[in-house]
Design a protein around this ligand. Structure first.
Ligand code: PEP
Ligand code: MG
Length: 543
């Protein structure tokens, strides 16, 4: 009989953590004074403005520090906080209240709260997630006015599993180094800030556990599995042993790493298979290399666009791509152009309400319709290509016409760069085969590209008409279905005829049971999340 509480949520960052629980439940910050007298209005306005300046300075320092250590995405979060702190509407709202004799700390808390409620009420997932950010910024200003920091998470003094309703980015960076073993969070999704930060800090995290977290706040010990997406509160000895066992397995797998780290792998028949990584940010490059990635088979660029309120500029994209390509030296890095829509919304772009977003305006469809979005990305990629072995691929393509349209825009970008005298390099072009249409038309597309990369996640969902996020359809979420295998086989056949190579960058590439089947069908590159690399290299060498 199990005697513990289990919290189930979203697998936000993989790894196992077992340790003392630290419940971080910041109390609502209370203003020291509600009202002020008329003769100090001028002084209090000054104190508010000084507090804003101090908070902006701290936030900017944090952003600069993150940027220097390669955390471009996280730095963007703090840039956005600076903008919130400097927001003219926030200022005029607070100053008006101070003139009406409310204390500045009470005014900034209440105006921040109203802004937060307004954000929380929007339908837009990104904007509603910003409610916490604006609340956080207002609290920081209020705490500054009251002459001190909001004491809390920075007091953590022994390595612990942090339990919280939410963790604002300012909380995460305030955790003393080495004191967080992992996170269990009530709110959030895989793309919320706490998840992004956890992955870049290499800490296991389960988010979105909901109200069940309340039952865990008094826990002494918590064990969590960030790959499976669950945590156990006050686990019994048997459960602790099973988590320790999992930890040992992960460590054993890490030991394999040494053996395969620098090695290229071949099947016993001598077929060379490239094992490369899927990454979502420049910060993941180092970890992928350490785990033995022979390159990047899929750089999902959308996170660069989603982690912040405005679109990244061409220059910011260039920097992010350059960093990755440089880290990989001669090794290939395949950058996938923006693939939002479906389950991924893009802040800063007016996306239509769609009845079936997965069958809607996503991937290359959106890029072709919005050159103002597409061209800066293509220009940044062409420029970054001067620093290494960079390739480009287009997502959600359904036929050769779409590919040609995309190539035309790429050609325009080349010409523009040439006319401006900017340095750039040629890039090989590939297409993701993730719609049944692309697999069926593979013979038409193949002569016009250098490679195919099969996105099994979408290929499965579109072939089997089974939403990739629907828990009840798990049985249908496998590449090991005759219809899917047949489309993969057809794609490989077309590629062979045209003399180009085929990779797989969907989850199937890292599934031990699928590896031999994909290789048998003719796939020669497998791209997966970095932790799966040593395991897959081992399987290939034994084939
Ligand atoms: C895929 O569809 O298999 C794929 C790799 O793309 P994403 O998961 O980003 O849609
Ligand atoms: Mg896809």
């Amino acid at each position: 009989m199990k005697d513990y509480v289990r919290l189930t949520g979203v697998a936000a960052s993989e790894g196992i953590a077992i340790g003392p629980a630290f419940a971080y439940v910041p109390g609502d910050l209370k203003p020291e004074r509600e009202n002020i007298s008329e003769d100090v209005v001028g002084e209090e306005l000054e104190s508010f403005r000084n507090a804003v300046k101090a908070v902006v300075r701290k936030l900017s320092e944090t952003a600069d520090g993150l940027r220097e250590s390669g955390g471009e995405g996280e730095a963007g979060i703090f840039d956005a906080h600076v903008e919130m702190a400097e927001d003219p509407e926030l200022h005029s709202g607070v100053e008006e209240r101070v003139r009406d004799l409310q204390s500045p700390e009470a005014a900034v808390i209440s105006v921040g709260e109203e802004f937060a409620e307004m954000f929380a009420a929007t339908e837009d997932e990104y904007l509603s997630a910003r409610a916490e950010d604006v609340r956080d910024v207002a609290y920081q200003i209020a705490a500054e006015i009251m002459g001190g920091e909001d004491a809390g998470i920075e007091m953590l003094d022994k390595p612990s599993v942090v339990l919280a309703r939410n963790l604002a980015p300012s909380d995460t960076v305030n955790i003393p180094k080495g004191m967080a073993l992992g996170f269990v969070i009530a709110e959030g999704s895989r793309t919320s800030h706490v998840s992004i930060m956890a992955r870049s800090m290499g800490l296991p995290a389960v988010v979105g556990v909901g109200r069940a977290l309340e039952e865990a706040l008094a826990a002494e010990v918590v064990a969590l599995d960030g790959a499976e997406g669950y945590a156990v509160v006050d686990p019994d000895p048997a459960t602790i042993s099973s988590f320790e066992e999992k930890q040992k397995n992960i460590a054993a797998e890490a030991a394999l790493l040494k053996e395969y780290k620098h090695g290229q792998v071949r099947t016993r028949e001598g077929r060379r298979i490239e094992v490369v990584a899927n990454i979502g940010s420049a910060q993941e490059a180092e970890g992928a290399l350490e785990r033995g990635a022979e390159g990047v088979g899929l750089f999902r660029t959308e996170f660069l666009f989603m982690e912040r309120p405005e679109l990244p500029t061409e220059e910011e994209q260039y920097e992010a791509y350059r960093k990755v390509v440089k880290s990989f030296g001669e090794k290939p890095v395949i950058i996938r152009t923006l693939d939002v829509g479906g389950d991924k919304d893009l802040p800063g772009v007016d996306q239509p309400e769609e009845e079936n977003p997965f069958l809607g305006w996503r991937g290359i469809r959106m890029s072709l319709d919005t050159p103002e979005l597409f061209k800066p990305q293509l220009r940044a990629i062409l420029r970054a290509a001067t620093h290494g072995n960079l390739k480009i691929m287009f997502p959600m393509v359904v036929d050769a016409d779409e590919l040609r349209a995309a190539k035309k825009v790429l050609e325009e970008c080349r010409r523009e760069l040439e006319n401006e005298g900017s340095r750039f390099n040629e890039v090989e072009i590939g297409v993701m085969v993730e719609t049944p249409a692309a697999a069926i038309c593979a013979a038409d597309i193949a002569p016009e590209v250098s490679f195919f990369s099969i996105g099994t996640n979408d290929l499965i969902q579109y072939t089997l008409a089974a939403d990739r996020g629907n828990e009840r359809l798990r049985r249908l979420q496998s590449a090991d279905h005759p219809a899917v295998l047949s489309l993969i086989g057809r794609t490989c056949e077309a590629a062979r005829e045209a003399g180009i190579w085929v990779g797989v960058c969907g989850e199937a590439a890292g599934e031990p049971a699928m590896v031999p089947k994909l290789i048998e069908l003719g796939v020669t590159e497998l791209s997966m999340s970095a932790p799966a690399i040593p395991r897959v290299k081992k399987i290939i060498s034994g084939l």
